[in-house]
Design a protein around this ligand. Structure first.
Ligand code: LLP
Length: 431
């Protein structure tokens, strides 16, 4: 099985975190997002311990909430002392609502508004990752008005192409994010920032992309960042105290995907860092990582109920489900692969090849093409695995479909962490 939280019970039903998925579909309705809370806690702790062990004391991961964000998740992250990466006021508002201590939050974004910055400062967000010269000017002024002195990192584009999908590749010089080292803009901005009275520069950030299997791109990024740090030490007498290497470690979505050990990857990056610090004669900064996908993806699953099964003789078979691109837009956007299982008959070998589509009025509304399934009939439960990241957080109300509920599985119990949206909820803001 793709992950250790997936199994098959004596009824032949697919199980997730020990629970019968067909029973869950009946109890809570479909489409339904499931989240294995122990899976998230274990992965978060793995990252925390590997960062501390291999990147140095005080180093830690900041969970990137853009992958999955709701109040109850932040309660869990607060309980275990995790840091977080937030990318909008909506994300840090959600965390605050959960009682999360925002001094452990890093605020990102290539176009933070003045209101965003004011809100972040008044709510005590711990680090602002500044993306541009304009933002530094605005922040310095706002901080002065509010009599605050925020700690910031500057986001740099290290000029690395990690060969991932173009929409999720963010570290190249022509990126919309950050300031480039290569063009000299980064150095100019550091010099300018050091003159600001109301800002404390802590160091630098980069994020090279997402769904990256190899460690080499992370080592290359570390080299670019530490070389830049050494250069600023020499030229501007500023030695950074913090370096954030971003997120991006991959997750296997298919049995055929390479398995990945986050501990081993962090250890390998740590070895590169140790050598670089020595070579460049730098004091060890605190390192941050920003994993999103790899903390939550395999702790998520989506359940659907099968509706129409249509066989077009000589062409293809379609299985339509009661959700679609509204709850998982990733195939429509990036042709992302997923593993699908007929959860009602998980003990039988697949015998049917089909394209699984949603219920939106759009041909591109597909969950996956040409998957092998046990031939489903109307009413069967269909499971899509590894949907913890970038599914719930990217969901929409297209076609006025209501958003699914999110149910947490924890120590043999299940509870609703996000309620199913009702028609009344959906129209509540319409005048
Ligand atoms: N830090 C920064 C600054 C980021 O921009 C991102 C992701 C992360 C951390 C977390 O990266 P992760 O560990 O999750 O790969 N919607 C796309 C993914 C977009 C990622 C954007 N930034 C998808 O569904 O694949």
């Amino acid at each position: 099985m793709l992950a250790k939280n997936i199994g098959i019970n004596e009824k032949g039903h697919l199980t997730f975190a020990g629970a019968d998925t067909v029973d869950l579909a009946k109890e809570y309705g479909t489409p339904l997002y499931l989240v294995d809370k122990n899976g998230i806690i274990d992965r978060a702790r793995e990252y925390m311990s590997a960062a501390e062990t291999y990147l140095g004391a005080g180093s830690h991961p900041c969970y990137a909430g853009k992958a999955l964000c709701y109040t109850d998740l932040y309660r869990t992250l607060e309980d275990i002392g995790m840091w977080i990466d937030v990318v909008s006021p909506g994300e840090f508002y959600t965390a605050k609502k959960a009682g999360f201590d925002l001094s452990r939050a890093m605020f990102h974004g290539n176009n933070k508004t003045d209101d965003d910055l004011k809100m972040a400062l008044s709510m005590g967000v711990g680090r602002i990752v500044c993306d541009s010269a304009d933002e530094i000017e605005a922040l310095d002024q706002i901080a002065g008005e509010l009599e605050k002195k925020p700690k910031i990192l500057i986001r740099l584009t290290p000029g690395i192409d990690p060969h991932t999908h173009k929409s999720i590749n963010t570290g190249t010089v022509d990126s919309k994010f950050g300031v480039a080292i290569e063009t000299g803009d980064a150095k100019k901005l550091v010099a300018k920032t050091l003159e600001k009275k109301n800002i404390e520069l802590m160091g630098y950030h980069c994020h090279i992309g997402s769904q990256i299997f190899e460690c080499e791109p992370f080592c290359e990024a570390a080299e670019k960042m530490l070389t830049f740090m050494a250069d600023m030490k020499k030229k501007l007498e500023f030695e950074a105290k913090e370096i954030n290497l971003g997120g991006g470690m991959a997750v296997p979505y298919l049995e055929s995907d390479k398995k990945i050990s986050y501990t081993e990857n962090i250890k390998a990056v740590g070895v590169c860092i140790d050598a670089l610090l020595e070579k460049l004669s730098l004091n060890r900064p605190v390192f941050y990582l920003e994993p999103g996908r790899s903390i939550v993806a395999d702790s998520g699953m989506t359940l659907y109920t099968v509706g129409t099964v249509k066989c077009i003789e000589g062409y293809k078979n379609y299985v339509s489900v009661d959700g679609g691109m509204t709850d998982n837009p990733r195939f429509a956007l990036y042709q992302s692969p997923y593993t699908l299982i007929n959860a009602s008959h998980a003990d039988i070998a697949p015998d049917f090849t089909a394209t699984v589509g949603g219920r939106c009025c759009e041909s591109g509304d597909l969950i996956q093409e040409n998957v092998n399934l046990v031939r489903p009939v109307r009413g069967d439960t269909l499971a899509v695995l590894t949907t913890g990241a970038y599914n719930f957080s990217m969901s929409s109300n297209y076609n006025r479909l209501t958003r699914p509920a999110l149910v947490t599985l924890f120590n043999g119990e299940s509870y609703v962490a996000v309620k199913r949206q009702t028609f009344e909820d959906m129209t509540a803001l319409d005048i």
